[in-house]
Design a binder for this molecule. Structure first.
Ligand code: 5AD
Ligand code: SF4
Length: 395
C-alpha cells in the first residue's frame, strides 16, 4: 500500500457488512494507515455496499456520484466499491461512475491492499469479483481492534435461494468455517476484552454442512459456551481472565425457520452464555406467498416453532423480518400476515417493501403490487408492530 496514508470507509446494509468493514478497517490500521471521517482528507475512499433492496444501491450511486468533483481535484485519490453491490452491479458501476477505480466482492476483501498497490503502480481500473462461484472466506490479519462487542463470522453465503433474495448470487454458496478457527477467534476476542459476541451467518442453523468435521450449530454453541465458562476470572494466576458465566453473551444471526429446531431452543435455555434472543424471519403470513418465496415452511410450522421457543424459554425475545408487496400478494394475503403478527406478538419486526432484484427468480414474476399499495401495507404493518412492541415493553 505504498504511500497511502488516510482512508475513509462507509458501510451500507446488514451486520455482516458492518463486520466486513471492521475487518477491512483493522487491516488498513495494522498496515499503518489512519481512518478519517472526511472524504476530503482521504487518499482512499471505500464504500461497502448492500444489494438486498434497490434503494440501498440508489443511495450508493448518489453518494459516490458526488465524489466526481473531489476526484477531479485530487487525481491520486482511489475510490473503491466493495461488497454485495460490487458483485451485483459489476457492469453498471464502472459505466455509471467513471471515477470509481476498483470493485471487490465480499469473498476477496483481504485482497484490497494488493488491488490498491496495483492501481498506484498504474494498473488502471480493477474488478475482483467471484460472485456466485466464490468459495473463499477472506483471510484477514489476526490482530483486531476490538471494543466491548464483536462479530465472529461462522459461515458465509447461502444455499436457500429464497426467490426474492440476491444474497446467494453475490455472497456465493454456503461454506462454514472450522470450529477450531471460530473458537480461537472467540478466545482472542474475549482475551482482548470483548464481552458480547455475535455469531454471523446468513443461515446459522445449517452451520457445519459440507465440513469434513462432523459438527452442527448446536454443537458449536456448546463448545463456545464451554470455552466462555472454562476460566473463572482470576482463577489461575498469570492466565488472562477469560470471563465467567453471565459475563459473556453470545448472540447469533440469522436463523431460518426450516432449520431452527427444538434442540436449538433447548441449547439456548441450557447454555448460559448464549442469549435468549431469536431472530426468525417470517417473511409472510400467507402460505401461498411463502411458497412463491421458496421459503420451504408453512405458517403452521412457523407458529409451532414460536410456540415451542416460548414454551422452552419463558423469558426469551423473538424478532422477525417481513416483506410486504411481494408479487401476487393480494389484500387477503396481507391480512393473513397482519393476523399472524397480531397472534405471535413479536418483540420486534423489520418490515420491508418488496424490491425486485434482477438475477433472482422473483424478478421474473410480475411486480404487481403498486408502490402506493406497498407503502400502505408497510405503514399498516409497522404501526401494528410498533403498538405490539410498546405494549410489551410496558408489561
Ligand atoms: N425486497 C425486500 N426485502 C428483501 N429482503 C431480502 N430481499 C429483499 C427484497 N428483494 C429482506 C428479507 C430479509 C432481510 C434481510 O431483507 O426480509 O430477511
Ligand atoms: Fe436470502 Fe433466503 Fe438466504 Fe436469507 S435464507 S440470505 S433471505 S436466500
Amino acid at each position: 500500500m505504498n504511500k497511502f496514508k488516510r482512508f475513509y470507509i462507509r458501510t451500507f446494509g446488514c451486520q455482516m457488512n458492518e463486520h466486513d468493514s471492521e475487518r477491512v478497517r483493522d487491516m488498513f490500521v495494522q498496515a499503518g494507515c489512519t481512518l478519517t471521517e472526511k472524504t476530503e482528507n482521504a487518499d482512499v475512499i471505500i464504500f461497502n455496499t448492500c444489494s438486498v433492496r434497490k434503494h440501498a444501491e440508489d443511495r450508493v450511486y448518489g453518494k459516490v456520484g458526488t465524489l466526481a468533483e473531489l476526484k477531479a481535484k485530487k487525481p491520486g485519490l482511489i475510490i473503491g466499491i466493495i461488497g454485495c453491490m460490487a458483485e451485483a452491479q459489476r457492469h453498471e458501476i464502472f459505466a455509471r461512475l467513471p471515477h470509481v477505480d476498483f470493485l471487490c466482492g465480499p469473498a476477496d476483501l483481504d485482497r484490497i491492499p494488493g488491488i490498491i498497490s496495483k492501481i498506484r503502480n498504474g494498473a488502471g481500473r480493477i474488478a475482483y469479483l467471484e460472485g456466485y462461484k466464490s468459495k473463499r472466506i477472506p483471510a484477514f490479519p489476526e490482530e483486531r481492534n476490538a471494543g466491548h462487542a464483536g462479530f465472529v463470522k461462522i459461515m458465509e453465503g447461502c444455499d436457500n435461494f429464497c426467490s426474492y433474495c440476491i444474497v446467494p448470487y453475490v455472497r456465493g454458496r454456503e461454506r462454514s468455517r472450522l470450529s477450531k478457527d471460530i473458537l480461537d477467534e472467540i478466545k482472542k476476542l474475549i482475551e482482548s476484552g470483548v464481552r458480547k459476541i455475535t455469531l454471523l451467518g446468513q443461515n446459522v442453523n445449517s452451520y457445519g454442512k459440507g465440513l469434513k468435521e462432523k459438527i452442527d450449530f448446536v454443537e458449536l454453541l456448546t463448545k463456545i459456551d464451554k470455552l466462555t465458562s472454562l476460566h473463572p476470572r482470576g482463577a489461575t494466576p498469570g492466565v488472562p481472565p477469560l470471563g465467567w458465566r453471565g459475563d459473556i453473551k453470545i448472540n447469533f444471526l440469522t436463523s431460518h425457520p426450516k432449520d431452527a429446531s427444538v434442540e436449538l431452543f433447548k441449547a439456548m435455555r441450557d447454555l448460559r452464555s448464549v442469549s435468549k434472543i431469536l431472530h426468525l424471519p417470517l417473511q409472510s403470513g400467507s402460505d401461498k406467498i411463502l411458497k412463491r418465496m421458496n421459503r420451504k415452511y408453512t405458517v403452521a410450522k412457523y407458529k409451532k416453532l414460536i410456540k415451542s421457543f416460548r414454551d422452552i424459554i419463558t423469558d426469551g425475545n423473538v424478532s422477525s423480518d417481513i416483506i410486504v408487496g411481494f408479487p401476487g400478494e393480494k389484500e387477503i394475503d396481507f391480512k393473513d400476515t397482519l393476523n399472524v403478527v397480531r397472534e405471535l406478538r413479536f418483540d420486534a419486526a423489520y418490515v420491508f417493501k418488496y424490491s425486485p432484484r434482477s438475477i433472482t427468480k422473483a424478478a421474473k414474476f410480475k411486480d404487481d403490487v403498486s408502490l402506493e399499495e406497498k407503502e400502505k401495507r408497510h405503514a399498516l404493518l409497522l404501526k401494528l408492530q410498533r403498538d405490539i412492541s410498546s405494549s410489551k415493553k410496558c408489561q
